[in-house]
Design a protein around this ligand. Structure first.
Ligand code: SF4
Ligand code: SF4
Length: 209
């Protein structure tokens, strides 16, 4: 099972105050804890009333395509899309909107229990600190065999991973996506990203637990 936690409140409010954004909030499957009340209070504080889509199963590509079609007219003018969902939902949406920045507003944490069995194209390892805002919406942990956060290992050949030749190198995909978004510099803003493995060991305990 997983739990989504809203990222730093002030940063999300600042991002929400940009007039040309669109918001997706995926209230998710029943088994997933989703902080909807907290999100609604954030949206209210930022003055976001319209341009919000409340959806479920954003992680399913066929559903996400339908949501895209429904909001296509607004989305084509959006400067960025802010997504309240687990890491899978954010990645699926980023794939459908490859030339619009898709910003994760939540971190996805692991909690013990039954894991959903829905077949998905994207994967999230519930690392507890979502990096998708600097990697063009492609997870560096699940798309790279070594889970590298700071760029490629240098071993890729013709776009394939040195660990598994049948697999595209995640960092080649990330680099292509960042070029499309004209955000090649995103990775230089912070020179070193160190993973905090405590977030996985401790999991996503809720404050009331
Ligand atoms: S960076 Fe990847 S593993 Fe971590 S929360 Fe985001 S999608 Fe999940
Ligand atoms: S070749 Fe690419 S995907 Fe494979 S380990 Fe190196 S950076 Fe990661």
């Amino acid at each position: 099972m997983l739990i989504t936690k809203v990222k730093e409140r002030e940063k999300i409010i600042a991002a929400l105050r940009n007039k040309n954004i669109f918001v997706f909030k995926c209230f998710g499957c029943k088994e997933v804890y989703f902080p909807e009340e907290e999100i609604d209070s954030l949206l209210e504080e930022a003055g976001v009333k319209n341009r919000v889509a409340r959806v479920d199963y954003l992680c399913r590509e066929e559903f996400a395509e339908k949501y895209y079609k429904k909001y296509e007219n607004i989305l084509k003018d959006a400067e960025a899309v802010i997504v309240f969902s687990c890491g899978v939902g954010i990645q699926v949406l980023a794939k459908i909107l490859p030339d619009i920045p898709v910003i994760p507003a939540c971190d996805t944490h692991y909690i013990n229990g039954f894991q959903g069995l829905t077949a998905q194209d994207a994967d999230c390892q519930q690392c507890g600190e979502c990096w998708l805002n600097i990697t063009g919406g492609i997870c560096p942990i699940t798309s790279c065999s070594k889970g590298l956060l700071n760029g490629p290992c240098g071993g890729a050949k013709e776009g394939k991973c040195e660990v598994d030749k049948n697999m595209d190198c995640g960092w080649v995909l990330i680099s292509e996506r960042l070029k499309l978004l004209k955000e090649e510099g995103a990775l230089h803003k912070k020179s070193t990203n160190i993973r905090d493995y405590r977030l996985i060991i401790e999991g996503g305990k809720r404050s009331e637990e």
